[in-house]
Design a protein around this ligand. Structure first.
Ligand code: OOB
Length: 537
């Protein structure tokens, strides 16, 4: 049986779902129920540290109940979507479980998102609520909330609420929860944002069952135990620090999640020392900063045993430098919000840890590497990675047409990543076919940015490409043909994008103005030629 699924979500075929349950990947416990189990098992152990706040499993369980009852009293119902845009604070954790207990679904926005992204997420998800900090890094999220009328009914603010409701006044009697029908573990638990699609970002439906498996199996691969203290360095709403194994993985084993306001060494090193951090996850440019900073920064980092690096390709030199500089193992993680996770393993030879992006997490991750015609390539040859499995959904949320192109008829997800598979099953990422710039792990969908650039009167045509960058791996380059107004300056285009309310990480690093674009045989802009022409100058 494949319980009632959120309208607009795509389920696994019933016989496949049955198999995943029978094998034990899907255990039939929703995230809200998992916290109940953890509170029983780990009781007074510290679950979450946020600055001076230390929250035990029992307290977290209780707080989630009180908040869930408060959300219900405010009119948040099962199946409602709520945009969550919080930095790494304890309220995020309580809210995640409170929503899970109500059966409401968080839309995992990133702190860097601005009006363009939030308005899009609100429309696509049909969200009824929006949870924000008052201000974060100098930006007033309450002003942004005021510009999204569809969520106006339920804007909850962590901190000074202004004209909205204060998050910490949302409370109710947990007794009301007893009257709710149980949340279906096969239903959607969270909506994650895709970084890798054509056009505007898509939403990914992750069910309680699949997401719990994602976190549990990841924790196992990383050897997490109750003794582990995981530092949430990257923005917690991102899949990597949230569930790979991240926050959910460490809570599942009775360890402690320590929330860091930022991933940079100036902030994180102090926490590593004070909280005796054992594991964390970083994107490659940040891992590079950690390695460099370790050379001159005093402090005790001897508790660190594992540094996970993913989100973009880590070069072998950096992987090699990590153990010496930070005194811990490096692990490569090639993952995606759409599901599939690849990890290098504890017992992999150094060569594989340094030069591959890992192998699939689950024995039931099915992998194909195909050519442009969709045929399997010869072993060891580069092709597009296709996958399906117990934590890779069969479709994006409310995207029927797009799903028909990006999923094969038999349910494989076309990742858009070009890989080479080694005989050991390890994958080497060799590039991609999707139109996204990977700016040090932050994903910039090219067509989204092109449309925004075209809205400027001085831009007649636009192409967004990624160019090699020493620190970021890739930088965002806007190539344009100017209108008769004459070419704009990069500064002007950036100001235009900021005025439109675009996340800062999407702003072009570089502007190139051409008289005309190189075209492909069928007359499309040849991005490949643009990249070739502009790389290295
Ligand atoms: C992670 O998730 P997303 O959804 O932000 O981005 C996924 C895409 C992948 O399709 C691939 O293009 C790229 O990011 N990517 C990598 C990579 N890890 C991700 N490319 C090369 N090497 C790697 N190690 O980025 C994500 C999710 C969970 C865990 C880790 C990363």
């Amino acid at each position: 049986m494949n319980g009632a699924l959120l309208d607009g979500a795509v389920g696994w075929p019933p016989e496949v779902a049955e198999r995943y349950r029978a094998i034990g990947y899907w255990r039939g416990v929703a995230l809200g129920g998992l916290l109940t189990e953890w509170a029983e098992r780990f009781g007074d152990a510290v679950a979450v540290v946020d600055g001076a706040r230390r929250i035990s499993y029992r307290e977290l369980d209780r707080s989630a109940d009180v908040l869930a009852a408060g959300l219900l009293a405010r009119g948040i119902r099962r199946g409602d979507r709520v945009i969550v845009q919080l930095p790494n604070v304890a309220e995020f954790v309580v809210l995640l479980f409170a929503l899970a207990r109500v059966g409401a679904v968080p839309v995992m926005a990133l702190p860097a998102h601005r009006r363009t992204e939030i308005a899009h997420l609100a429309e696509l998800s049909g969200a009824v609520g929006y949870v924000i900090p008052d201000t974060h890094q100098g930006f007033d999220h309450r002003e942004l909330a005021g510009e999204i009328p569809s969520v106006a009914g339920h804007v909850l603010v962590v901190g000074d609420p202004g004209r909205f409701a204060a998050f910490d006044t949302v409370a109710g009697d947990p007794a009301v929860l007893a009257g709710l029908p149980p949340v279906d573990p096969g239903d959607v638990a969270v909506l994650l944002i895709s970084g890798g699609t054509t056009g505007r970002p898509k939403l990914i439906t992750r069910t309680h069952d699949d997401y719990a498996y994602n976190a549990r199996a990841s924790a196992e691969v990383c050897g997490l135990t109750a003794a582990d203290r995981y530092l949430v360095s990257l923005p917690v709403a991102h899949n990597f620090p949230l569930a790979c194994p991240g926050l959910l993985g460490v809570l599942g084993v009775g360890g402690t999640a320590v929330l860091s306001p930022a991933p940079s060494p100036d902030v994180a090193f102090e926490l590593v020392e004070r909280e005796r951090i054992t594991v964390t996850a970083l994107v490659p440019p940040m891992a590079r900063l950690w390695v460099d900073a370790a050379a001159w920064s005093a402090g005790d980092r001897s508790s660190l045993r594992l540094l996970q690096v993913g989100g973009a390709k880590m070069d072998a030199d950096l992987a090699r430098a990590i153990p010496g500089a930070l005194g811990c193992r490096a692990q490569q993680v090639f993952g995606m919000a759409e599901g599939l996770l690849n990890y290098t393993r504890d017992d992999d030879p150094a060569e594989l840890v340094e030069t591959t992006q890992g192998r699939p997490l689950s024995p039931d991750d099915e992998i194909r590497v195909v050519d442009e015609d969709g045929h399997d390539v010869a072993p060891g040859t580069v092709g597009e990675l296709l996958t399906r499995g117990p934590y890779t959904p069969r479709g994006y949320y409310r995207a029927e047409q797009y799903n028909a192109t990006v999923f094969t008829p038999d349910g494989f997800f076309r990742t858009g990543d070009l890989v080479r598979a080694l005989p050991s099953g390890h994958l080497v990422v060799e590039g991609r076919v999707k139109d996204v710039v990977n700016r040090g792990g932050e994903k910039v969908p090219a067509t989204e940015l092109e449309d925004l650039l075209l809205a400027h009167p001085a831009v007649a045509q636009a192409a967004v490409i990624g160019l090699p960058d020493e620190l970021l791996g890739e930088q965002v380059c806007a190539v344009i043909v100017a209108s008769e107004q004459g070419p704009p300056k990069l500064k002007v285009l950036k100001a235009h994008l900021v005025a439109l309310g675009v996340a800062r990480f999407k702003l072009p690093d570089r502007l190139v103005v051409l008289d005309e674009f190189p075209l492909t045989a069928v007359g499309k802009i040849s991005k490949r030629e643009l990249v070739e022409r502009l790389s290295g100058d």
